[in-house]
Design a protein around this ligand. Structure first.
Ligand SMILES: [Zn+2]
Length: 353
């Protein structure tokens, strides 16, 4: 059986000792954190003949900042104005996020602990772009900044220019079911046009949408699930072939439609993140079958590993890695293709600048 910790029982070595594993961090970061961990070492239990070196990048983490908690709970009447985020984190049983810089340091240390080289971190509510931008400024070779964007409100062009230009964020996250627009309408096309100008990625949540933190706080979530349609996305994605698109959680229940969209538009990528509980909608479906089918349609260059990690003290979701690596092995995926899924594709989509 695959152990709960892939590092267990494996002699730990600094990445610098490992041939072919480069330390891609900038000099300042190397000085601050003397022990680089650039690759996860995965023991191959089937035909074990040493330690498999695999660079690991996570395309889906949420940066749940203090500002995120403040904006999220803006409408809740029973919270104090001062120390609002502190009170909310108590209610949630989370550690208080503190400053964006402090939270960025905590995430960088957490990635070190798990041997994760780089991660995309998402500003998970409109208006929290600055927190993620601060984290990226602090650890530019560890984090790629994404931000949730609502194209139905405010000065769309101005906000996108600021986030992608001045703040240097690299991924626009769309949640059409939450914000109420179609992926094939003009407002969505405007987002793709801006992404093309700034060479940004568009991340689009399709399928079923539940936001755990909203549920836990009793916030209403009147989402229109029909709007998270991969086929409507394919229509827009095909008009902007230069814009790379990522759909999380294998389409979150719209697996077949996502595979059709992927077949239609070669710029659509799949993220494997979360526990993928949407599989309950398909009788008998297993994660290895999901990977096998995704790879058969999208190919190994268009599937990216992600966890959907979000808050502390839980931290980075190592069990997701264990489950996904086990599924990829069960699906008979080669080491070369696993290396693309676990890190190579991320580095290609988000080259270190
Ligand atoms: Zn997520």
């Amino acid at each position: 059986m695959y152990g709960s910790n892939p590092l267990q029982g494996v002699k730990d070595r600094a990445a610098a000792d490992v041939p072919g594993v480069q330390d891609l961090r900038d000099a300042g970061e190397r000085r601050e954190h003397a022990v680089p961990k650039k690759a996860v070492r995965i023991r191959d239990e089937a035909d074990y003949d040493g330690v498999l070196i695999m660079r690991l990048c996570d395309v889906h983490c949420h940066f749940f900042s203090t500002r995120f908690l403040e904006i999220l709970t803006g409408g809740l009447p029973d919270l104090p104005e001062a120390d609002r985020a502190l009170e909310v984190s108590h209610r949630l049983g989370w550690d208080f996020p503190g400053s964006a810089d402090g939270l960025a340091d905590r995430w960088a240390a957490e990635l070190d602990r798990h041997g994760v080289a780089r991660a995309a971190i998402i500003a998970s509510i409109p208006g929290d772009e600055d927190s993620v931008a601060a984290a990226v400024r602090r650890h530019p070779s560890r984090f790629v900044g994404f931000f949730m964007f609502n194209p139905t409100q405010g000065d769309v062009g101005g906000r996108l220019r600021r986030a992608l230009g001045e703040l240097r964020l690299r991924g626009i996250c769309l949640f059409p079911a939450m914000h109420g627009y179609r992926l094939d309408e003009e407002r969505a096309r405007d987002v793709f046009a801006a992404a093309a100008v700034h060479n940004a990625v568009v991340f689009v949540h399709c399928g079923v949408l539940t936001v755990g933190v909203r549920k836990k706080l009793g916030l209403p979530s009147p989402f229109d699930l029909r709007l998270g349609d991969p086929l409507a996305l394919a229509t827009t994605a095909a008009r902007f072939p230069q814009v790379r698109v990522i759909v999380p959680h294998f389409g979150a229940g719209q697996f077949r439609e996502l595979l059709m969209a992927v077949d239609h538009s070669p710029n659509i990528h799949i993220d494997s993140s979360s526990s993928n509980s949407w599989m309950k909608y398909y009788p008998g479906l297993t994660l290895d079958a999901v990977f096998r089918q995704a790879l058969a349609v999208a190919g190994p260059e268009r599937v990216l590993f992600g966890t959907d990690s979000s808050f502390f003290p839980r931290g980075w979701q190592q069990p997701i890695l264990a489950a996904q690596d086990a599924a990829l092995r069960a699906a008979g995926v080669s080491d070369e293709d696993r290396a693309k899924i676990f890190g190579g594709n991320f580095d290609r989509l988000f080259p270190l600048s």
